[in-house]
Write a protein that binds this ligand. Structure first.
Ligand SMILES: [Zn+2]
Length: 253
């Protein structure tokens, strides 16, 4: 399959990162302990080439394979889970958290929220939140709307839960059937990868899970640190209900 070189959907990332500070000489470190403490508190991604890989729609049958390859490359990722799938596969959801990854809320049953009344949207979000919390012990602070579809009602509800919207900044578009080829999706992922990008993929797509070994190998060689979305956003002032990183909306599924 020919590899189309598509430009990242959002080339500009609005993350404001402070410039890396040069390492001072040992004597200076001792002389200026206050400055050293400030440097230690600097967000990890201000001084590292970070990328946040995200996997939607699970837990799914490829979750454990994915966790295995992420572990091999010491990569942390963010999984946007569907509530009724967490109910069906509690062990897989727990394995994700045990692996040190972040879990986000992707609603209870993956309905397009903009088709629903306020009360039904609230229920989709709350049921998703409750089952993730009950199953994994973690309360998600990240939310991703199915299809990336949001409106003011969604925004208000997400804010009530103290969550932030994470639509992603680039996508392999593995939801397109014709793209479901390991080599092609590997090329796509490497193509759209960039510093501080939030990459949207699906753990329900076998070829995505199979592509990760090569993708992680190559991106590791390029010096990337694979971090959770919360780690990527560290140091930013976040407003509940708003979308991060700030950028053009990305449609996904
Ligand atoms: Zn989805």
């Amino acid at each position: 399959m020919a590899l189309h070189r598509l430009a990242p959907l959002a080339a500009i990332c609005a993350l404001t990162l402070s410039a890396a500070l040069t390492a001072p000489a040992q004597a200076q470190v001792q002389a200026h302990s206050t400055a050293t403490q400030q440097r230690a508190a600097e967000p990890y991604c201000a001084t590292h080439k970070c990328i946040a890989l995200t996997f939607d729609d699970g837990p799914a049958e490829y979750t454990n394979d994915l966790l295995k390859v992420l572990k091999k490359y010491k990569a942390k990722a963010t999984f946007f889970l569907i509530g009724n799938r967490v109910q069906k596969h509690p062990k897989l959801a727990q394995n994700i958290v045990k692996g040190g990854h972040e879990v986000g809320n992707h609603t209870w049953s993956h309905k397009y929220l903009t088709d629903l009344e306020y009360k039904a949207i609230y229920s989709e979000v709350k049921k998703g939140q409750d089952i993730i919390k009950k199953t994994t012990g973690k309360t998600p602070v990240l939310f991703r709307a199915p299809g990336g579809l949001i409106n003011d009602g969604v925004r208000t509800i997400i804010a009530k839960f103290g969550m932030y919207q994470i639509p992603g900044t680039v996508a392999t578009q593995d939801y397109i059937k014709d793209y479901r080829d390991v080599e092609f999706l590997t090329g796509r992922a490497l193509d759209i990868a960039g510093q501080d990008e939030v990459v949207l993929m699906h753990e329900t797509v076998k070829q995505t899970a199979q592509s990760m070994s090569e993708v992680l190998k190559e991106l590791t060689a390029q010096g990337y640190s694979f971090v959770t979305v919360s780690k990527l956003l560290e140091g930013q002032e976040l407003v509940p209900g708003e979308s991060y990183p700030e950028q053009l909306p990305l449609s996904g599924d």
